[in-house]
Design a protein around this ligand. Structure first.
Ligand code: PAF
Length: 290
C-alpha cells in the first residue's frame, strides 16, 4: 500500500479516527524532515508495533533561536517521502507553517514550558528551544490523538522533556525512546551532519570516542564526575576540528541533575561545534555495583 500524504490537520484527524475505529494501533514519528537512517529506525520500530505509522515533517520555527539555522535547515520532501515509505510509514503529514501556526509563529499565544529538566545543557545554551519543542510536540500529540510516539535517544534531553510533558498533561500518548543510530565511525546520525565536509564528518567521530572514554571510566569504577568530564574534554581537545565545546556533562538520566558522585546509572552528554554544525551526542553508563 502506497504511503498517503496529508498537509491538513482535519484530514489527518479524520484518517486516524477511522483507522483507530477499525482497531488499528497508531504509531507517530515526529521529525523535522531531512530524514536519515536514524529516523528510518524510529519508523521501523513504530511499524513493528502499529498498523498505522504517521511520520510528521515540520521544521518548527518556535524551537530555533534568532541566530540559529531555521532558514538553512535542510528540506527535501520527495526524499523524505521515499525514506519514510521504505521504512514502513503509511502516512506522511507535512503541514505548512500556516496550518500549524495560523497567523505565523509570532501570533502564538499559548506555549508549553516543562520546568526542571529543561534548565541545564541544551536549555541553557538554546534559550526557548525546549518551549518550542514542547509546544509543537503537544500540538502534534493533540492532532494525532491516542497513539505511541517514537523519539531518538540522540536528543536525550528532548526525550526527557517530551516524556515529562506527556505525563504532566495526561496526554493519551505513550512515549518510546529508541537507540541512536551511528555511522560506521561512531558519529551519531543527524540531519545537521549534512553541514559537514567529508573530512569533518570523519573527524567528528571524536565526539563518540570521547563519550566512550567517559563510559569506560564510569564502568571501571570512576566515581568523580569531574574526572570523567576532564577525560572526555581531553579526547575532544585531541582533534582540532572541534572548534568549540558548549558542554561536556555527567547527569542523572531522569532529572538531568548533576550528581556529586557517580553511583548507578548516569548519562554522559556532549555538545560541540565542528565546521558549520553544532553537534550533540550522548551515551548511558552504569557504575559497577559495590
Ligand atoms: O527531534 C526533532 O526532530 C524535533 O525536535 C521534533 C521532535 C520533531 C519537534 O519539532
Amino acid at each position: 500500500v502506497a504511503i498517503v500524504r496529508f498537509s491538513r490537520v482535519a484530514d489527518l484527524r479524520a484518517r486516524l479516527d477511522r483507522v483507530r475505529g477499525s482497531g488499528a494501533g497508531v504509531g507517530l514519528v515526529p521529525t523535522m524532515g531531512a530524514l536519515h537512517d536514524g529516523h528510518g529506525s524510529l519508523i521501523e520500530a513504530a511499524s513493528a508495533r502499529n498498523q498505522e505509522v504517521v511520520t510528521t515533517v515540520f521544521v518548527n520555527p518556535l524551537q530555533f533561536g534568532p541566530n540559529e539555522d531555521f532558514t538553512a535547515y535542510p528540506r527535501g520532501l520527495d526524499a523524505d517521502l521515499a525514506l519514510a515509505e521504505a521504512a514502513g510509514a503509511t502516512v506522511l503529514f507535512a503541514p505548512g507553517l500556516d496550518e500549524m501556526y495560523p497567523g505565523g509563529p509570532a501570533a502564538v499565544r499559548t506555549t508549553v514550558h516543562v520546568a526542571g529538566v529543561t534548565a541545564p545543557l541544551e536549555g541553557a545554551h538554546r534559550p526557548g528551544h525546549f518551549d518550542g519543542v514542547a509546544t509543537v510536540v503537544a500540538k502534534l500529540f493533540a492532532i494525532a490523538g491516542p497513539c505511541t510516539a517514537y523519539f531518538g535517544e540522540k536528543d536525550f534531553q528532548q526525550l526527557a522533556v517530551v516524556r515529562r510533558m506527556a505525563a504532566d498533561l495526561s496526554l493519551p500518548v505513550q512515549v518510546v525512546g529508541c537507540p541512536t543510530v551511528r555511522e560506521a565511525n561512531g558519529l551519531a546520525m543527524s540531519s545537521r551532519n549534512r553541514y559537514l565536509t567529508d573530512d569533518e564528518r570523519n573527524r567528528a567521530a571524536v565526539i563518540f570516542r570521547a563519550l566512550v572514554t567517559g563510559r569506560d571510566l564510569v564502568e571501571g569504577g570512576e566515581s568523580s564526575p569531574d574526572a570523567v568530564s576532564s577525560a572526555m574534554r581531553s579526547v575532544l581537545a585531541s582533534e582540532a576540528v572541534v572548534s568549540s565545546i558548549d558542554y561536556v556533562a555527567v547527569v542523572d538520566p531522569a532529572t538531568f541533575d548533576a550528581p556529586v558522585s557517580i553511583a548507578g546509572e548516569v548519562r554522559l552528554l556532549i555538545a560541540a561545534r565542528v565546521g558549520r554544525a553544532r553537534l550533540i551526542d550522548n551515551v548511558g553508563a552504569r557504575s559497577p555495583s559495590p
